[in-house]
Write a protein that binds this ligand. Structure first.
Ligand SMILES: [Zn+2]
Length: 372
């Protein structure tokens, strides 16, 4: 499964879009009986192009308006392919984009251009708001699909559903502001991703958040900027708060979103610098439209290139050190052998001497940095 961040910002941002995202899973390919002998059939008897083109999408929140359509377009996701949507709460920066989706989908249904049904999940209050506002803002020709092919599905605390082929449990985050639900989606039998919406996750939801392979959590600003942005007045966390919490919960990968946007180009670097002091797992501060592979074990692949998790980097450094020392010992042994044979003036011996010096200086660099 992959995640594409359509937006990463808090409510009032202009340098990025409001926090919303798409979870995407490759659809199980079906063998087409119409394939001719010349079609590209792989080992499994399936056309590769066909596999690539089919994905299932789970949209979570919509941001504050029609820009949801721009972001989907920029992410190369056809909005007509979205059949499952979840809305966390009623705040404008989350719900208004959903009304745009409903409008577009209803219109497309009217034209016979959308393959229904679409399922929109949310708790009862949000479902009520969607029903009422759609009734007021959309035309009768559009709203006639609501309740039929446009299914508004109210979910309760702890309720389970199967979405894009994965088990999802919705839960009340017990917000002190507007009633808000998060969810947990199973990535496989033993690992899951947990989304806590846009408020700090508290003890009441620890049974979902603890030991998550992935935790999606809000971080309003850096702890160092708390006086300037006042996150606590708005019931939000700093990067430090979110990282400390994730560390305590045994989270392996932490993705932070719903941030301020005053220094957006350096946000990744600045937030990582603060966060890494408090969180030892893999910390991800995505930009808008970034896609991250959630299935790789502790390895992050983003479309901007490979990023190793910190644990993996550490292992790679240890492996390199080990190999440098082994190579140094092996060179030394070969030189000793040649010495015994009286071949210290041979070309091989001189070559070995050159290599020994290279490895020696690498080892002394490790010493300089206190790694040996
Ligand atoms: Zn929000």
């Amino acid at each position: 499964m992959k995640i594409t961040m359509l937006g990463t910002g808090r409510a009032v941002v202009t340098e990025c879009y409001n926090t919303c995202f798409v979870l995407r899973e490759r659809d199980m390919p079906l063998r087409s009986d119409n394939l001719s002998d010349n079609d590209c059939i792989s080992d499994k008897g399936i056309c590769d192009n066909d596999i690539q083109s089919r994905e299932k999408y789970f949209l979570v929140d919509g941001g504050s308006g029609g820009t949801i359509l721009t972001q989907l377009k920029r992410a190369s996701i056809n909005w007509k392919d979205i059949k499952d949507i979840f809305v966390t709460h009623r705040h404008m920066d989350h719900i208004l984009g959903i009304l745009w989706m409903m409008r577009m989908i209803c219109q497309a249904m009217k034209q016979g251009e959308y393959d229904g049904p679409v399922r929109i999940y949310a708790h009862d209050e949000v479902i009520d708001i969607l029903n009422k506002t759609a009734d007021m803002l959309l035309t009768k020709k559009e709203t006639c699909f609501i309740g039929k092919e446009v299914r508004l599905i109210g979910v309760k605390d702890g309720e389970k559903k199967e979405i894009i082929g994965h088990k999802v449990t919705f839960f009340d985050i017990h917000s002190s502001k507007a009633k808000q639900f998060g969810f947990r989606i199973m990535l496989d039998d033993s690992s899951w991703l947990t989304c806590c919406g846009d408020e700090p996750c508290n003890e009441t939801v620890e049974k979902y958040t603890a030991d998550s392979k992935w935790l999606l959590h809000e971080a309003f600003c850096l702890a160092g900027d708390a006086e300037r942005f006042r996150p606590y007045e708005k019931h939000h966390s700093t990067v430090k708060d979110a990282c400390e919490k994730a560390e305590k919960l045994g989270v392996r990968n932490l993705l932070l979103y719903h941030t301020e946007d005053t220094d957006i180009h350096r946000r990744k670097e600045r937030y990582r610098t603060e966060g890494k002091k408090y969180f030892s797992g893999c910390l991800v501060i995505p930009d808008d439209l970034e896609t991250i592979d959630l299935s790789d074990s502790d390895t992050l692949f983003t479309e901007k290139g490979n990023i190793m998790g910190d644990q993996q980097r550490l292992e790679a450094f240890e492996k390199m050190l080990d190999n440098v020392r082994k190579e140094y010992d092996s060179i030394q042994r070969q030189m000793d052998d040649l010495k015994e044979q009286g071949k210290t003036k041979s070309a091989t011996y001189r070559q070995l001497m050159g290599r020994k010096m290279t490895y020696q200086s690498m080892i002394s660099m490790y010493e300089v940095y206190g790694l040996l």
